[in-house]
Design a protein around this ligand. Structure first.
Ligand SMILES: C[S@@+](CC[C@H](N)C(=O)[O-])C[C@H]1O[C@@H](n2cnc3c(N)ncnc32)[C@H](O)[C@@H]1O
Length: 270
């Protein structure tokens, strides 16, 4: 059973520990969704834009380059510090996307890049995004496609299923791939009060070092998947590593692996 507080504490502790590692492993991947997100909210010069679960601040920085007046919010103080270092001059603040420390109807646009799958209560975050947007404002979020399509997730989950113990004692969260289903995106947005939801899929490629690049990224630079890997005993973890190494071979050219990692972009209007 999901204990939202326990799950949120687990996620929070995880993100506090890995801003630099996340930036190295995932920055070039999650940044690939930015253009689609900002196009989906039709961000124009002078628009007030909120970047939710901003992490290292990639979307906030891109929104500023488009002329937006930007605020980034993340619940991890370490992520906020990292974002401020990477993008001096952008306003990043600590805050929970499920309970925003912000007034009503302040923003023309709000975006959340790969944040929704980390939330204990995503419905609440969708309602909060709705609340802080002005009428007519736009919201867009991204989420990974299913593991059958996102090879990075498919490979690690298959290796754990084959050699590991998938039911380890971690705080249970909402299903990681819930918003891989366009219908879940649409119903979530409608339930929060949004109108005219649309969902598109964008192709993305994750470039990692050949060999153990994927295993290392999953073990050191994520939260939930890292928890699953680190809870395995050393002999089992070694089998998982070997299985992942062998599966990534088919995506490897020279010393680089290129993994398909498509994402859904869901957007709607208040
Ligand atoms: C996968 S990272 C995405 C970072 C960034 N948006 C990007 O484009 O790469 C998820 C981020 O969500 C943040 N996060 C998780 N739960 C949160 C919550 N309840 N409120 C605010 N931020 C949260 C984490 O601290 C982390 O920085």
């Amino acid at each position: 059973m999901v204990d939202p507080k326990a799950f949120q504490n687990f996620e929070h502790a995880g993100w506090e520990a890995i801003p630099g590692l996340y930036h190295q492993a995932f920055g070039q991947l999650t940044s690939q969704a930015i253009t689609s997100l900002l196009d989906a909210v039709d961000l124009n010069k002078g628009d007030k834009c909120l970047d939710l679960a901003s992490g290292p601040g990639y979307v906030a920085a891109a929104a500023k380059r488009r002329g937006g007046i930007v605020l980034g919010i993340d619940f991890s103080a370490a992520m906020v510090a990292h974002a401020r270092e990477l993008h001096p001059g952008i306003d990043f603040r600590e805050g929970n996307a499920e309970d925003l420390p912000l007034g009503n109807a302040l923003f023309d646009a709000a975006v959340m890049n790969f944040g929704i799958l980390h939330l204990a209560n995503p419905e609440r975050a969708l309602a909060e995004a709705f609340r802080v947007l002005r009428p007519g404002g736009r919201f867009a979020f991204s989420a990974w496609a299913r593991p059958e399509e996102t090879s990075g997730f498919g490979i690690v989950l298959r290796a754990v299923a084959a050699f590991g113990e998938p039911r380890v004692a971690l705080p249970e969260g909402p299903p990681f791939f819930r918003y891989s289903d366009p219908e879940e995106c649409v119903s979530g947005l409608l339930a929060a009060g949004f109108e005219n939801p649309t969902v598109t899929k964008v192709a993305q490629l994750w470039r990692l070092p050949a060999g153990d690049g994927l295993f290392d990224a999953m073990k050191d630079s994520t939260v939930r998947t890292a928890g699953l890997l680190r809870a395995q005993n050393p002999a089992v973890l070694e089998k998982i590593r070997a299985a992942m190494r062998s599966e990534v071979a088919e995506y490897t050219t020279g010393d680089v692996v290129e993994l398909p990692m498509p994402a859904l972009i869901a957007s709607a209007i208040k």
